[in-house]
Design a protein around this ligand. Structure first.
Ligand SMILES: O=C(O)CC1=CCC(=O)O1
Length: 308
């Protein structure tokens, strides 16, 4: 099992497909783990380089002490992608992973050439709903969280299904403190303004029966991004990759074909050095999304947003 050692925790990741293929990176959401993508990855053409990882405190990845910021979660993804020398990836993000995807596309357009967002939005929940979630976690632990989440993640007819059992096991495998730290990062996040500036190719997949991030939220996120494709997955709940893996893989595969991902040559690294963010600005400033840096080079007049 490969791990990436970072200064205060280690990240667990895995890779399938063709190591020389065009890269596709998968990031799961709150309370799940990289197994969320198992069946989707198996159903995709293996000509791609298919990389999955566990977010900090999830699955096989360690959880450093709280608090965690969204910027720190984004830096984990960046560190892994840099470690694997990935460029011009299609980044597939579910829920919290989809928030990381949006931030990465703003911050590191050299890493991300297209986005696939599912079960996510620019902002999920409110300060009040996340405070209530924290209270539930402290009072009842992950058992109580799982009971509440399964009702939101799966339509009533699927709450006793195999995917619901798998989701429950994932939630119960998580430590309370990591869950609370991840909730804290989501509670403080609103990417509306920065995601609205994205113009890279994007596919937004909504589960028609998603009670956690309902289709309207996904539609709104899709409408924000110029040229994004929106697809409603019938019969799917919040974890569409788990309860409708074949439909998910078909839509994702068609998107990869549409953007010619298999034939895409990664852009060369900036020969002038620069900040490593692909903007050629030459600065060594900290590109922390928390501090509102804006790096969408597809937006012609956006500027790099850095203080030089
Ligand atoms: O847990 C939920 O209800 C929905 C959610 C928000 C972020 C995430 O990853 O899942």
């Amino acid at each position: 099992m490969p791990f990436l050692d970072l200064p205060d925790h280690r990240l667990h990741w895995c890779e399938e497909g063709d190591p020389r293929g065009a890269p596709v990176v998968f990031a799961h959401g709150l309370g799940t783990r990289l197994e969320l993508w198992e069946e989707v990855v198996a159903a995709l053409p293996q000509k791609f380089r298919l990389i999955r990882f566990d977010l900090r405190g999830h699955g096989g990845s360690e959880g450093p002490p709280a608090p965690w910021s969204m910027g720190a979660l984004v830096r984990d993804a960046e560190a892994l992608m840099d470690h694997l020398a990935l460029r011009d990836c299609v980044f597939v993000g579910h829920s919290l992973g989809g928030m990381i995807a949006q931030a990465l596309a703003v911050k590191r357009l050299d890493l991300v050439r297209a986005l696939v967002l599912c079960g996510t939005a620019t902002k999920i929940g409110t300060a009040e709903t996340w405070a209530a979630r924290a209270e539930l976690t402290r009072a009842g632990g992950m058992e109580a969280v799982a009971a509440a989440e399964l009702q939101r993640w799966f339509p009533r007819f699927a709450q006793k299904s195999r995917p619901a059992e798998v989701a429950r096991d994932m939630l119960l495998s998580m430590k309370d403190e990591s869950y609370l730290a991840a909730c804290g990062a989501i509670a403080g996040t609103d990417f509306y303004a920065t995601t609205a500036r994205l113009t890279l190719p994007a596919l937004v997949l909504a589960g028609a029966n998603d009670g956690a991030t309902p289709p309207d939220m996904l539609r709104e996120t899709s409408d924000l991004m110029a040229g994004a494709d929106f697809v409603l997955l019938r019969g799917a709940g919040h974890l569409a990759s788990l309860d409708r893996p074949e439909d998910f893989a078909r839509e994702l595969g068609a998107f990869l074909d549409r953007i010619g991902h298999a034939f895409h040559e990664p852009a060369p690294r900036d020969p002038m050095g620069g900040c490593g963010e692909g903007c050629g600005c030459g600065s060594d400033h900290d590109h922390d999304h928390d501090h509102n840096h804006n790096h969408n080079h597809h937006a012609p007049h956006a500027g790099c947003g850095h203080s030089h």
